[in-house]
Write a protein of this length. Structure first.
Length: 181
């Protein structure tokens, strides 16, 4: 496959083309490729960045490489100890993908009780957005990966009027009776 085809395949089936951040990782790739083999890695001449967009701080170029010659993609050649060569991206080579499982996400649900003012419409998207923004600001700094969203009820509403318990109804009736006397 070409470098672009390999990148697309890796992104669709794994995480991305392999990034090599140190000599130990280069050795791991060398262990996967048959002796004397060549394989695409995720480095390209887009300011020499890795396919995942991160900067390249480690390099293992063959002497005289990168040489420019309209060669914007990189292979590791394992007949030269896994040293890197820049080559045309249209070349056809085997490739190495990596898989990075997504970090485990934890879902926490919180029940929010709101005392509603008669002038506030809790179904108004602007009101909901403003409330959500306030909550996010209060949580700011706890963890950069926190996401806060409303959980909508089956009827599409976020808030619902809480049903009173029998005890609350009895208390309300007693208060009403006292007021009438």
């Amino acid at each position: 496959m070409t470098w672009t085809e390999a990148q697309s395949y890796c992104r669709a089936n794994y995480t991305d083309l392999a990034s090599v951040r140190n000599m130990a990782e280069n050795q791991k790739i060398q262990d996967l490729v048959p002796a004397g083999g060549t394989a695409w890695i995720g480095l390209s001449r887009d300011s020499w960045k890795w396919s995942d967009g991160s900067d390249s701080t480690f390099s293992f170029w063959e002497a005289g490489e990168p040489n420019g010659n309209n060669e914007a993609c990189v292979v590791a050649r394992f007949n030269s100890f896994g040293r890197w060569w820049d080559v045309p991206c249209e070349g056809k080579y085997p490739f190495i993908c990596y898989y990075s499982p997504l970090p485990k996400q934890e879902l926490k649900l919180f029940k929010l009780k709101v005392k509603k003012s008669s002038s506030v419409d809790l179904d108004d998207p602007a009101v909901l957005e403003n409330m959500l923004l306030t909550i996010k600001q209060k949580l700011k700094g706890l963890d950069e990966n926190i996401q806060v969203n409303w959980k909508k009820q089956p009827d599409g509403k976020v808030f619902y009027k809480e049903k009173k318990t029998k005890e609350e109804e009895k208390t309300k009736e007693e208060e009403k009776t006292k007021d009438e006397l």
